[in-house]
Design a protein around this ligand. Structure first.
Ligand code: ZN
Length: 294
């Protein structure tokens, strides 16, 4: 009997990482999401079974985020940290290390086929292709199943329902974009965040800036203005997190109008136009369609 107990204990320790067991006596598992889009997906999968905290607030830029001492404290108490990975949260490994906590860090892009942007670096914005969001939801479900096996039935049921909604959404995006003639499907966006979206749904989106920090050269600016004036590009879109001034100047000099604001790297506040991942994709597609179909 004692041997059996020992064996069971050993199996348990192998299956469940030490970090998962560390916070076992808290009521609801405390889970951290690096940014708002992953936090929403985790809420959809977990329902009310976890307590979730988002590190980068909806109004801040994940690329250039500077963690606070309060973030380190939160991380120290977390059981699980859900991150995008693909180099998106460059500031996170150092933060996790300095927090002294034992949280289990799970990149939810595991299994996503990465897009190489600008011929060299991996593009982290994989969530903009809804078929990747299904991979995110599956990875979130699998992480929760290990971190909190007591709520298995809840996670499985919610994940299945959410994945059904995402599958429907993906079909809707494909069908809606396909209604715009191919020659009209060209626009300029603020930074290089919609590469996965463009590739998945057959649309050309030219980023004015390659990153949220980058400067735009005079040569690039002239070429973008040219494309707008000769109508080979139909519209200019703002992004919720980047400074609109550059895009407004582009639209002015290229005799084009601003097609609206797209949500790329963050959701809106609860009362805004894109408080969830699904509403964000719908808002972006409707905004793009309205501008390009003119
Ligand atoms: Zn970005």
């Amino acid at each position: 009997m004692r041997k059996l107990v020992q064996q069971l204990l050993l199996t348990f320790l192998i299956v469940f990482p030490a970090s998962v067991l560390a916070a076992e006596n808290t009521q609801k598992p405390f889970v951290i999401a690096s940014f708002s889009i992953i936090a929403d997906m985790a809420k959809q999968v977990a329902g009310g079974a976890i307590e979730i905290h988002t590190l980068v607030p909806a109004s801040a830029d994940v690329h250039t985020y500077e963690p606070t001492p309060a973030d380190a404290k939160k991380i120290a108490n977390a059981r699980l940290i859900l991150t995008n990975g693909l180099g998106f949260e460059q500031w996170l490994p150092k933060l996790v290390k300095s927090s002294g906590g034992m949280a289990w860090v799970v990149p939810v892009t595991k299994g996503v086929k990465p897009v190489i942007s600008n011929g060299k670096s991996i593009d982290p914005h994989a969530w903009q292709d809804v078929s990747n969001a299904i991979i995110y939801a599956t990875n979130i479900r699998d992480a929760l199943l290990i971190a909190d096996p007591l709520n298995e039935a809840t996670y499985r049921k919610n994940a299945q329902h959410y994945i059904e909604q995402l599958t429907e959404l993906n079909d809707w995006v494909k069908n809606t974009i396909a209604q715009v003639p191919e020659a009209k499907r060209r626009a300029i966006t603020s930074h290089d965040a919609l590469g996965y979206f463009a590739r998945a749904y057959g649309i050309t989106l030219i980023p004015a800036q390659l990153s949220t920090e980058g400067e735009v050269s005079a040569k690039t600016m002239a070429s973008l203005i040219d494309q707008l004036r000769n109508q080979s590009v139909r519209a200019v879109f703002l992004e919720n997190l980047t400074n609109p001034r550059l895009m407004e100047q582009l639209a002015r000099d290229g005799n084009a109008t601003i097609g609206g604001t797209l949500y790329s790297d963050s959701l809106s506040e609860t009362s805004g136009k894109a408080p969830t991942y699904i509403s964000m994709i719908k808002h972006n597609v409707n905004t793009i369609i309205a501008a390009l179909a003119k």
